[in-house]
Design a protein around this ligand. Sequence first.
Ligand code: PLP
Length: 389
Amino acid sequence: MMTAPSFDRIGEENAFAVLARANALAAQGVDMINLGIGQPDFPTPPHIVEAAVKAMRDGQHGYTAATGIPQLREAVAGDLHRRFEVEVNPDNVLIVPGGKVTMFTAIMMFGQPGVEIMYPDPGFPIYRSMIEFTGATPVPVPIREDRGFAVSAEEMLGLITDKTRLMILNSPANPCGGVTPKSEIDKLVAGLETHPQVAILSDEIYDQMLYDGEQHVTLLSYPEIRDRLILLNGWSKTYAMTGWRLGYSVWPDDLYNKARKLAVNAWSCVNTPAQFAALEALTGPQDSVAEMLAAFDQRRKVVVELANAMPGVSCVVPKGAFYALPNIKDTGWKAKPLASELLEKAGVATIGGPDFGILGEGYIRISYANSEENIRRALGRMHEFLEQG
Ligand code: PLP
């Protein structure tokens, strides 16, 4: 069949392929430990589940507005105000089926042949995949280990050309756990003043997952770029709701209607009971968020300590999200073959750094969204594997 060439340019998220292979091996009886997929190992808090059940029982079975139920859009604005003291008009909030949908929409909105879109490398693989789908030129922004995997404003600004239409930022970051400090964001925003044609997509889906007392800096708090800022966020990570497919975005006035029209065309609205669960997540007790974060923090320390003890491995302390990106350059292994051998021979699922971009070579991603016991067992196996050469 003669399909559009753009479909041959769509990439993958290898974490899903690794998950499928890990599950297949487990089904054959292999004792598999999955440090590959990026999803909290906790169940969705019960009061959130109950809100969805209640919505179903109350007959919330129909379509909603394509933009989401008004009380949820208000709750999103309220939550952003409570956490960051920023003013967001609920009319600029779009409820979408998952964090990915905002990146899809934003990249589709700006991407076309002849324009450039900047994205972090290593970074979430869907950014590049979608940029290529649109025919735009992907411009990787290096995320360097020697900067603690934080973005360099100077380097990023230096990559802007007159063809740049969109830049994607992600802090706290997947796959490296880096957090870009306020000083760098200040510099970046100041530098953007001379590039009014560049829109910004800020992926802040890990904004509640910071450690060591670090405070999240949202790009919403910079009024000078609010007219070209798209915020990506959602419930998947913070509330352990990856499978519910729930996200939200904040759009400037003149982009909002374009995004809304795509919603009407593509998904009509987000699953209605899920929207009521999302409302409960934002307005109900927040204890579970703090509890999950405390568990991730403890595991983070275990991962760093055990990874640094492995022969040829060094691991920067991640400041956010639930990923570590150990450097394996001195092990003699390339990242993808190592991840593959660990999966097939040691029963440990990880993701090779090149699945997150060219600059991911020499690293493997460890998701510590697993129990401390499993993390200790998995990293013990990795240690043994590397020792045996
Ligand atoms: N953005 C980043 C940086 C992510 O790591 C992920 C998921 O792993 C997403 C967005 C997508 O989230 P969702 O599962 O809500 O689509």
